[in-house]
Ligand binder design. Sequence first.
Ligand SMILES: NC(=O)c1ccc[n+]([C@@H]2O[C@H](COP(=O)([O-])OP(=O)(O)OC[C@H]3O[C@@H](n4cnc5c(N)ncnc54)[C@H](OP(=O)(O)O)[C@@H]3O)[C@@H](O)[C@H]2O)c1
Length: 304
Amino acid sequence: MELGPPFGLQPFEVLFDKSEFNRVLPPGLLAFVGNLGFPPRPAGERPWVFANFVQSLDGLVSFGGRRHSGEWVARSRHDRWMMDLLRAHADALLCGARSLALETLSGSIPGGPVYRIVHPELLRYRQERLGRKKLIVILVTVSGNLRPADYRLFHSEHVEAWIATTPDGRARLGDPGKARVLVTGQGSVFDLGDLLRRLRSEHGIEYLLCEGGPTLYGHLVRGGWVDEKFITVAPQEIGPGIPPEQELTDWEKAGGTPIRPTSFAGTGFTIEEARWYRWVSCRKAGDHEFSRYRAASVGMPVLP
Ligand SMILES: NC(=O)c1ccc[n+]([C@@H]2O[C@H](COP(=O)([O-])OP(=O)(O)OC[C@H]3O[C@@H](n4cnc5c(N)ncnc54)[C@H](OP(=O)(O)O)[C@@H]3O)[C@@H](O)[C@H]2O)c1
């Protein structure tokens, strides 16, 4: 059966795409999104790590308050579709515990997001053309302050939910139910590098998609473990301060940050150590921009 594009959406306009040739993309999807490929089986000890964020024109990834979810920033069916295409290419998806908690508090669906692939043609593409099994969703909580039973993610048949935590976090964690729990680090200190190595060597995960949030992503970038970043830019400016008329969550009222985040939280780099990327592709759908960047070097490149 032909794996066609989603009903009713105009094709992406491909401005350029210098990624690998994708020989398994069916003609219907190729016509809709253009060529979009990934490097063949990644070498090395860890998975190929690619991240995906949507941000406003002023670089912010969340409205905060009771409007945390990235979908409020995106407001785009093409972005939802692209998110599914990237999920289709991942063996597993990595996500921070605070994103799950905040998006559950502020989302429209009780019990929060499941991080599943919703478009049937992309689910079929994943299974039939890419030969991948059910998407594994790995939730990272360092503290273990998480009650899995409260979240739809841990009851869903559409994904396989895992939890990664520390030894102290494991002791604090509520009943994980059927979720696999990976323990790494010592005491209350999390070892993200060890987790990545074990995902590859013990669980065969070759392509790992990080969907944030900014704290988890910041740790990945500082560790030098991000190979690619996909960014959707939604053409709206939202500003960093949460306006007084917007309702806050209890977490924000109790001292959580009232500043809207960018995609990268925590300690940054000096000019000498800043990470540089190559711009691999750019698409357009309406006035939304879909760009892809691939890690190039550490430190300032020589100017042309
Ligand atoms: N627009 C987008 O594309 C997008 C995507 C994702 C998220 N977001 C937004 O980003 C915001 C949430 O991001 P966030 O930065 O606050 O949280 P986050 O990165 O989702 O989660 C942070 C939590 O993850 C755990 N964690 C993961 N790795 C860690 C590490 N190596 N070291 C220490 N802790 C680690 C900790 O959990 P414990 O506290 O349990 O120890 C920490 O509190 C929300 O507003 C969300 O909607 C936007």
